[in-house]
Write a protein that binds this ligand. Structure first.
Ligand SMILES: [Zn+2]
Length: 385
């Protein structure tokens, strides 16, 4: 294999990466895939995994089932207290580079490499009876085809993390594709990233329920390019039942921006009577665990990832908030008024006794349970000042 590799640093880890992955707009698949823009995704995963280790209070195992050149897996071995890291990829070039990366970071002893299909490797884990504490699925596109095998291979009270890059599917551009991949329809709204995350969680909950397991989301985030979820997998038919109780629908009125959590796939707009557009079935339970996020804050300080503290603190504030958020800009457009400062709007909503916070899912979003009329009223009053 003649691949020009260049050295690249991410977090505290040195990585050898294909030169073209740093110079091309779209990183090439050959000889092996590496996306430098995934740094934030990987940084945050170090914080989440280390937090999970702290909570477990014992040494854990981690599996990167589609590891590529080992950017995440080798970083986990180097930067967290996880004891053993399994790295698997069907691309043999990628595995060769991943081995070199483990070597130059002095973590080869901690790493186990495999050059196999993800499904085969997950099946072999089960055959050996060596279930894994944390399994990461970071594919090109949708993680949906891997969900069942992953659920079956993760340890009791273990963690599954998923990346989805099929954002147009999950965020409402292709609702029928979302139905096929995730068993729920997506919907184009100002909070479509949240709908996408909720579809990911419901698909995982459906897969887990088949094996008498339940899910407990702890942290979620997204950008325009991907969505990312972290869930703890709990054992027992009862846990499975509990998770399925958290599956429902979101109804949305595109005229009034009203939204409502529904138990059935239809509803009328409370404000204008129009039939609601409906997303789902999807996860309507919590997508953040407040205590876990508090622990993430400590971990971020400990690992030296202070630049993520702002995001973590925002997530803490919104963790117990309602489903969905509003974009002030969209409401101001509808009302044809100028846009006030987001903080000011939040303050006014809180004064009226409603929940209101920012959201990490959109820098201009306000997570609130205030009715759309109330927010509009506030915007109109602020515009007059
Ligand atoms: Zn309406």
């Amino acid at each position: 294999m003649e691949t020009k590799l260049v050295e690249y640093t991410e977090g505290r880890t040195r990585l050898l990466v294909p030169e073209k992955s740093l110079t091309s707009n779209v990183p090439p698949m050959e000889p092996a895939f590496f996306n430098p823009r995934g740094i934030e995704n990987r940084d945050i995963s170090m914080i989440v995994y280390e937090t999970f280790c702290g909570r477990a209070g014992k040494s854990l195992q981690f599996l990167d089932i589609l590891c590529g050149i080992g950017a995440r897996g080798v970083r986990v071995a180097k930067e967290t207290s996880i004891e053993r890291v399994y790295l698997n990829d069907i691309n043999s070039n990628a595995i060769e580079i991943a081995k070199k990366n483990a070597e130059i970071n002095d973590v080869k002893e901690k790493c186990v490499f495999s050059n196999d299909y993800a499904e085969h490797f997950l099946a072999s884990i089960r055959r050996e009876g060596e279930y894994i504490d944390i399994i990461d699925v970071d594919p090109f596109g949708t993680p949906a085809p891997y969900l069942e095998d992953t659920v079956k291979a993760v340890k009791k009270n273990g963690m599954i993390s998923l990346t989805a890059t099929d954002t147009p599917v999950l965020c409402g551009i292709h609702p029928n594709t979302a139905l096929r991949k995730y068993y729920g329809r997506s919907l184009r709204t100002e909070y479509c990233h949240e709908i996408g995350l909720r579809l990911l969680y419901s698909a995982l909950a459906f897969a887990a329920a088949r094996y008498d397991r339940g899910i407990k989301p702890v942290f979620s985030h997204s950008t325009r390019h991907y969505l990312r979820v972290y869930a703890i997998i709990e054992d027992g038919a009862e846990e499975g039942d509990k998770s399925l109780e958290e599956i429902g629908y979101i109804g949305h009125c595109s005229i009034c921006h009203e939204r409502e959590v529904l138990r059935q796939n239809f509803g009328e707009c409370r404000r204008c009577g129009r039939r609601l557009d409906v997303a789902g079935p999807l996860w309507i339970g919590k997508i953040f665990e407040k205590d876990f996020i508090k622990e993430m804050e400590e971990t971020a300080r400990k690992l030296g990832y202070r630049r993520y503290l702002k995001m973590i603190n925002l997530a803490y504030d919104e963790a117990d908030g309602p489903v969905s958020y509003y974009l002030v800009s969209e409401l101001c457009d509808r009302l044809q008024v100028s846009m006030p400062a987001t903080e000011k709007v939040i303050e006014k909503i809180r004064e009226k006794g409603y929940f209101a916070s920012r959201t990490i899912l959109n820098s201009k979003g306000i997570r609130t349970n205030a009715p759309s009329e109330t927010i509009e009223d506030i915007l109109l009053k602020l515009a007059k000042i």
